[in-house]
Ligand binder design. Structure first.
Ligand code: 13P
Ligand code: SF4
Length: 332
């Protein structure tokens, strides 16, 4: 790529994010962004980025962006030799489970998740002993070992649909207690939950939401279902990150409070200039391990390849594919 073309590319990209990234910061990002685009071509690679990635990644280098469901679904379809997962480890594992022939890279091996850490395959086997015959629905925010012990996976986009697809009276919904409790409010199916939680969403409280109502009386409050029940009760809409994105894009509220990870508001603000975002900010330290430099190095050195034991991957794939077959996510 000639220098002129790289400059045109980064200038075009900056037009999308000038509202959320100061120019002084962009001049540092731009050369790295141009080089990442070159490396993608050289490596026949695509970058999948979760909605919680920072705007310079989300708008600057990603080929596919979305929630956990979209990344799983699109990751299985991409026609590339290399997938770089700008997200957390369980997302990269899911991509590898669905595309074992591809090289799947995670730019930082420390990008974990408190939910994935909260439960093991042995825990699921013990739960099955305690609740014989009750199907296990696991959130994709889990390790491959846990997925392998599950009947079907779900995301926050399709959890209710997945639970109801089983046609039974009782299911185990693991490991996020808050997602499970929220699902229980949306269905007649009896839900058994585990005590895992997302360290980011668990920190929001109902009192905090009430303060936003007082201070921003005209604002719409959108919350992720990984939040505690008192938060969700006080919100105007509950949905996955894709659900929230669609809500803002379609309805263009004057002012909105996003009860989720910080980068969501930044990424949406870049795309919705007429909407004012009140920014309560709980950062996910794991998502923030991913940087432009890390993505650049991942492509240059093909680091860090994610591997899943083929026997575990085969069982985990069944659970993920069953979820994908349930159909489109409800977006909330
Ligand atoms: P979704 O993007 O699927 O809503 O998940 C949010 C999340 O916390 C992912 O780690
Ligand atoms: Fe895990 Fe929560 Fe971070 Fe998502 S936001 S990766 S659920 S800790």
């Amino acid at each position: 790529m000639s220098v002129g073309t790289a400059e045109e590319l980064t200038a075009r990209l900056y037009d999308r994010v000038r509202g959320v990234i100061p120019e002084a910061e962009w001049v540092i990002h731009a050369p790295l962004i141009a080089r990442i685009h070159e490396l993608k071509r050289e490596r026949n690679a695509v970058i999948l980025a979760h909605n919680y990635q920072t705007p310079e990644i989300f708008h600057g280098v990603a080929d596919i962006v979305g929630d956990s469901l979209a990344l799983a679904r699109e990751g299985a379809r991409v026609d590339a030799e290399v997938i770089v997962l700008a997200g957390v480890h369980f997302m990269a594992e899911t991509a590898k489970i669905l595309s074992p022939e591809k090289t799947v890279l995670i730019p930082d091996l420390r990008a974990g998740c408190s939910l994935a850490e909260s439960i093991t395959g042995a825990d699921v086997r013990e739960l099955r002993r305690r609740h014989p015959g009750v199907p296990v629905v696991t959130y994709v925010n889990t390790s491959a070992d846990v997925k392998a012990e599950s009947d079907i996976c779900c995301t926050s986009s399709n959890a209710v649909e997945v639970v109801e697809s089983l046609g039974v009276d009782r299911v185990m919904c693991l490991p996020d207690q808050y997602l499970a409790k929220w699902v229980a409010t949306q269905t007649d199916v009896d839900i058994i939950w585990w005590d895992g939680a997302c360290e980011v969403h668990e920190r929001f409280s109902g009192d905090e939401i009430r303060r936003y109502r007082e201070n921003f009386p005209g604002a719409v409050i959108l919350a992720h279902p990984e939040c505690p029940p008192d938060v969700l009760e006080a919100a105007d809409y509950v949905g996955s990150t894709a659900g929230m994105t669609a809500w803002v894009r379609d309805r263009q509220p004057r002012q909105v409070v996003m009860i989720t990870e910080c980068s969501m508001s930044d990424n949406l603000a870049a795309e919705n200039p007429a909407v004012e975002f009140v920014r309560p900010c709980n950062l996910c330290p794991h998502m923030k391990r991913i940087t432009l430099q890390g993505i650049h190095d991942a492509l240059l050195y093909l680091q860090h390849p994610v591997e899943v034991d083929p026997a575990v991957a085969a069982r985990a794939r069944t659970a993920v594919e069953r979820m994908l077959a349930v159909g489109r996510g409800s977006g909330g």
